[in-house]
Design a binder for this molecule. Structure first.
Ligand SMILES: [Zn+2]
Length: 146
C-alpha cells in the first residue's frame, strides 16, 4: 500500500497528482489516502490541471541551505481550480509583481529535494498564466470592443 512518502517520490515530481474521495468528492493534494473531510479511504488517483490563483504569498529573503541563489523568491499559497490549497514557489515573476488573485499555472522545474526549514517542495512551481499576463499588458481602453 503506497505511503505518502511513496507518493511524493513517485508521483508528485511529474505533475499534480492527488486523490479524489469517492465518498464526498473532495479532491486531495498532496495525496494522503484518507479523506480529511469524511475520514473515508481516498485512493483514487486524480490529476489536477495545475491551474489556480494566488491565495496568499510571502517573499523569502533568507533562504534555507541550498536555496540561497534563489532568494529573495516568492512563495505562495495557491488555490487550485479544483479546491485544494497548496504551497509552492513562484517562478518567472518578480516578487514585486505578485498579486493576490493572480492566475497561475503549474510548471515542473528542477528543484532541490532536500527541502527543509518550512519550505515545502514537491518538484513543481507556479508561474503567472501567460494568457492573463498578455491581457494585462494590453492597456488600450478600446480593448473591450474587439
Ligand atoms: Zn471524503
Amino acid at each position: 500500500m503506497p505511503t505518502p512518502a511513496h507518493w511524493e517520490s513517485q508521483r508528485c515530481r511529474t505533475g499534480l497528482v492527488g486523490e479524489v474521495c469517492k465518498e464526498c468528492g473532495a479532491r486531495l493534494f498532496p495525496p494522503r489516502d484518507i479523506c480529511p473531510h469524511c475520514a473515508e479511504p481516498a485512493q483514487t488517483v486524480f490529476r489536477f490541471r495545475g491551474n489556480g490563483e494566488v491565495y496568499s504569498y510571502s517573499v523569502v529573503h533568507y533562504a534555507p541551505a541550498g536555496y540561497e541563489t534563489y532568494a529573495p523568491y516568492p512563495v505562495a499559497l495557491v488555490k487550485l481550480e479544483e479546491g485544494p490549497l497548496i504551497t509552492a514557489q513562484l517562478t518567472d515573476v518578480d516578487s514585486a509583481d505578485v498579486r493576490i488573485g493572480m492566475p497561475v499555472e503549474m510548471v515542473t522545474r528542477k528543484i532541490r529535494e532536500e527541502g527543509q526549514s518550512g519550505v515545502i517542495v514537491y518538484g513543481y512551481k507556479f508561474r503567472p498564466r501567460l494568457d492573463t499576463l498578455d491581457k494585462e499588458s494590453h492597456s488600450e481602453p478600446a480593448r473591450h470592443l474587439a
